[in-house]
Design a protein around this ligand. Structure first.
Ligand code: MG
Length: 394
């Protein structure tokens, strides 16, 4: 089973911004953050966590796509997002444009609304199991309210038997061939289809509902957005913090790296790797906050693979473990303890570099520099030391 996901996200959020007649593309609702993470990014993060999905195609409004997607891909390590197409005027049109970009090798296509940010990988796995013996499967919930059929003058005509009614959600997943046949047979307008399942049903396909036990709302109105914000904060769990410390001897004939930046200096830091004291402390802080041990356990200083390695590479490996855990760095505070050279003019450069390495904004990285007033091993210029605090969030 090879699954390609399509995420239509070109909608303007007309109901979310009712006061405006025309929404500038950058204000499209998928860019609004819920719990500090853009709505679209949340959907993409959860889809990325499903093993059998190995490509995600996003349909976005053209003027913003490159910039926005580049940023969130980097910030959240979304390697599976490989293709962005310009969305159509309607959701159905966007899905068709994206479908045209699905490589032939994919046996199944999964479609998920970019505005359902709380989708759970467990629910998607259920769906993928069901579609193995069908043409399609969709997440849905049995209808629980009493449903009235209403005529002119708001007069109730009858009460609908809800026993067989289900409310369709996304994702919806289909055998590629079934979806292809449906698209060939029908234009979206002909059926007034609001989802892809309707098309596959209409060609006689076997499409099944899979009950979604989780909260998976479509964010459409300001009330939805407010509820989503509350839900996100209630499920974020407590933040985690980690402490990092490192110290390296200063010697002649070695470079001095701090936060991935080479600092001009008469003395450099001695070590098995490039001895970047700040990045070692940050890596240790991240590992510490996840209770995953220290960098010595992960990258032994007797392992020839790590001889002379840049610490930026070690940090990348730590960050990939961080992503697997579902956490992300919220902010980093640091003290660099070094007698000379004075770091004043390098602090901003280090801050920017560390922020870029961590994929977070520079304002979330604090770099402070201290001397030891001539006291002890740091004060006598024999060593450089760093301490950091790292805060993680979900
Ligand atoms: Mg070290």
């Amino acid at each position: 089973m090879k699954v390609c996901a399509i995420v239509p996200a070109a909608g303007g959020g007309v109901r979310l911004f009712p006061a405006r007649s025309k929404i500038p593309p950058r204000e499209s609702k998928v860019f609004i953050s819920v719990g500090g993470i853009p709505i679209l990014a949340r959907s993409l993060i959860e889809l990325s966590r499903v093993k059998s999905i190995d490509r995600i195609i996003v349909a976005l409004k053209v003027p913003v796509k490159a910039h926005f997607i580049r940023n969130i891909k980097k910030r959240f390590g979304l390697k599976k997002v490989s293709c962005v197409v310009s969305g159509g005027r309607t959701r159905a049109e966007s899905v068709r444009l994206a479908f045209a970009k699905v490589p032939r090798a994919y046996t199944h296509v999964l479609i998920h609304d970019g505005v359902r940010p709380f989708i759970r990988p467990e629910a998607i796995e259920r769906l993928l199991r069901e579609v193995k013996s069908a043409d399609g499967a969709i997440l849905a919930k049995p209808v629980t309210p009493t449903i009235k059929c209403v005529g002119p003058a708001n007069k109730i005509l009858h009460t609908v038997d809800r026993a067989r009614l289900w409310e369709a959600e996304t994702p919806q997943v289909f055998k590629r061939s079934a979806l292809e046949r449906a698209f060939c047979m029908f234009g979206a307008k002909e059926l007034g289809a609001t989802d892809e399942a309707s098309l596959v049903e209409a060609i006689g396909g076997d499409v099944r509902v899979v009950e979604d036990p989780f909260y998976n709302p479509k964010i459409t109105t300001p009330v939805d957005l407010d509820l989503a914000e509350r839900y996100a904060s209630s499920t974020a769990g407590p933040p985690r913090v980690g402490i990092g410390f490192d110290i390296h001897r200063l010697v002649k004939g070695r470079p001095l790296y701090l936060g991935g930046v080479r600092i001009p200096s008469r003395l450099g830091a001695l070590g098995h790797s490039d001895a970047d004291t700040l990045l070692h402390a940050i890596s240790d802080g991240i590992l510490g906050s996840l209770s995953l041990g220290d960098i010595g356990e992960h990258f032994s200083d007797t392992d020839p693979r790590y001889r002379g390695i840049r610490s930026t590479k070690l940090l990348k490996k730590v960050l990939s473990q961080l992503r697997d855990s579902g956490f992300r760095v919220v902010n980093v505070d640091s003290n660099i303890m070094l007698e000379r050279p004075k770091l004043g003019k390098y602090k901003k450069i280090i801050q920017k570099k560390v922020a870029r390495l961590l994929g977070i904004p520079p304002r979330s990285v604090s770099i402070k520099a201290k001397t030891y007033e001539g006291l002890g091993i740091v004060g006598s210029g024999q060593a450089v030391a760093c301490q950091v605090l790292v805060q993680l969030g979900k």
